[in-house]
Design a protein around this ligand. Structure first.
Ligand code: ADP
Ligand code: 5SP
Length: 499
């Protein structure tokens, strides 16, 4: 058994990686699926699409990797967090999944704040009520679709659902359960008091397992469809950010990661679940057993760049847009962008704020706009870096992963704006690699995730901050920070004009 597979169920696509015992990626395959946005603030996917595309991705992965199916010993998952997959008694999906970037649940968040004391919510779940989390979504279905809620038997998160369909075993692992707002994060149990006060039957919550736990083998029909053997051991896996952290080696204090995928994340390791960050950052269980992490989230990071491309440069590849945009000067010729296309989470928990371009001038080109988009996304992530620094974290470098780490130029922007050296890994697919590491550890190839990381984590490049650029960006960041308070009320009023 010389290979393991990591499956990352992202928002834009499912990505499967086949890795050997030395952490070398022997093959990868990506399959995309649609995102449904029937109204402003809504974001849904069809869980059947995830299952179908995961099966295709696994089959194709075997084909392009040219390895014997019998050489694959284990498989694990990483997945987009928080999405609600509601199942009936027969384990059929009751409705489309409501995703992490869906912000329809502001009222339900206020209901949680009214019914659960702030201190209790923070001490049990370690987090504040945010639209993206699973609990407000459950309450939304209960209120708006009672006929479906009545039939609900259990709920799962996206990758836990796919794992169930591949193995037949229902379970949720801690790193994802932490993002539901129903988990007692420190004690690793479902919170009966929170369920009780909000009228949720705790029996709805699925059995909990560790990320590294062996869950079962592939169902015979799945083995046949994918070409994999029924002997492949499936391990629970983790939330995409927790797996990204595993893949990036964020397994001890002092380590930090920045991920630019559809969302943007700045994450730092925490050894205990006993600290109090007053809900300023998310505080979740790690995929490494009995460890934790804190993170700040930009809702539309890669998504903003993707939006810009779709709207104005559809036929230009991302890599070319980045290159041309980087030829614009720092500050994009006096143009700033705030990436609040679908609202924001960190540092402004505000579902109503919307994006802005500030300083449009007739001399600016579309490449200046593209640069402003990349800079704005990175400024937003820098807000989280600043929170981490202020919380006393010593950050000597940051590991950059996700689509945003594919281009040298964007890595340089990150180094200059964060004023910290940025490390790029040989393969930017951190979450998929983290999932593969969980499988490698689960298969007994290593004694610990740390030992696995020493072998699997391969740094390709370290990008140093440039002194003059750092100074320029500090000036611009101060102006960027003025935009939120000044556009907050205006964009809220525009809500009445959105679909
Ligand atoms: N070559 C590139 N250079 C810079 N950014 C890129 C490049 N290719 C893709 N991206 C960005 O990465 C995003 C996708 O990142 P990815 O990690 O694959 O997302 P997810 O895991 O959410 O599906 C795209 O939306 C785009 O903004
Ligand atoms: O909501 C969060 C984290 O709290 C997101 O980070 C999702 O987990 C989606 O991740 P990507 O698709 O951007 O990787």
């Amino acid at each position: 058994m010389d290979h393991v597979i990591g499956v990352d169920l992202g928002t834009s696509a499912v990505k499967a990686l086949l890795v050997d015992r030395n952490g070398n990626v022997k093959g990868e395959w990506t399959e995309t699926y649609p995102l449904y946005q029937p109204q402003s603030g809504y974001s849904e996917q069809n869980p059947e699409d995830w299952v179908e595309k995961t099966i295709v991705a696994l089959r194709k992965l075997l084909e392009v990797s040219h390895v014997s199916p019998d050489s694959v010993g284990g498989l694990s998952f990483s997945g987009q967090m928080h999405g609600l997959v509601l199942l009936d008694k027969e384990r059929n999906v009751l409705r489309n999944a409501i995703l992490w970037n869906d912000t329809r649940t502001t009222e339900e968040c206020r209901e949680i704040e009214e019914k659960v004391e702030k201190e209790a919510l923070l001490s049990i779940t370690k987090n504040r009520a945010l639209e993206g989390f699973t609990l407000p979504k459950l309450l939304w279905v209960k209120k708006h679709e009672p006929h479906l809620y009545e039939r609900a038997y259990t709920f799962l998160l996206p990758k836990d659902y796919v794992r169930f369909r591949l193995t037949g075993h229902i379970a949720m692992e801690y790193s994802d359960a932490a993002g539901t707002l129903l988990l007692d994060v420190k004690n690793k149990t479902w919170s009966q008091p929170i369920c009780d006060v909000l009228g949720i039957d705790v029996q709805l919550c699925p059995p909990l397992v560790e990320s590294t736990v062996y869950v079962g083998t592939l169902l015979p029909e799945i083995a046949e469809e994918t070409g994999l053997s029924t002997n492949v051991k499936v391990f629970a896996g983790g939330a995409d950010n927790a797996c990204g952290a595993v893949g990036a080696g964020i397994l001890s204090e002092g380590r930090m990661m920045c991920s630019i995928g559809t969302s943007g994340v700045v994450l730092a390791y925490e050894q205990t679940g006993e600290k109090d960050f007053a809900g300023k950052v998310h505080y979740f269980n790690h995929a490494k057993p009995n460890a934790y992490y804190i993170m700040g989230v930009t809702l539309a990071a890669g998504y903003s760049f993707d939006w810009w491309k779709r709207m104005f440069m559809e036929n230009v590849p991302f890599a070319d847009i980045v290159k041309r945009a980087y030829e614009s000067p720092i500050g994009a010729n006096g143009l700033l962008f705030t990436p609040y296309l679908v609202g924001e989470r960190t540092p402004y928990a505000d579902a109503d704020i919307r994006a802005s371009f500030i300083g449009i001038d007739s001399s600016q080109t579309k490449w200046d706009f593209a640069r402003a988009v990349m800079e704005g996304i990175t400024f937003s992530l820098n807000e989280s870096v600043e929170i981490m620094k202020a919380s006393g974290k010593t950050v000597e470098s940051v590991v950059s992963i996700g689509g945003g780490a594919k281009s040298r130029e964007w890595l340089q922007l990150q180094a200059d704006i964060f004023a910290i050296p940025v490390e790029k890994l040989k393969n930017e697919q951190g979450p998929g690699l983290g999932a593969a590491m969980i499988a490698a550890y689960g298969c007994g190839w290593f004694d610990s995730l740390e030992q696995c990381s020493d072998v699997f984590k391969q740094v390709e490049l370290v990008v140093e901050p440039q002194k003059e650029a750092v100074a320029r960006y500090q000036e611009l960041f101060a102006i960027y920070r003025e935009i939120y308070p000044q556009t907050k009320e205006m964009t809220k009023k525009l809500k009445a004009f959105r679909n």
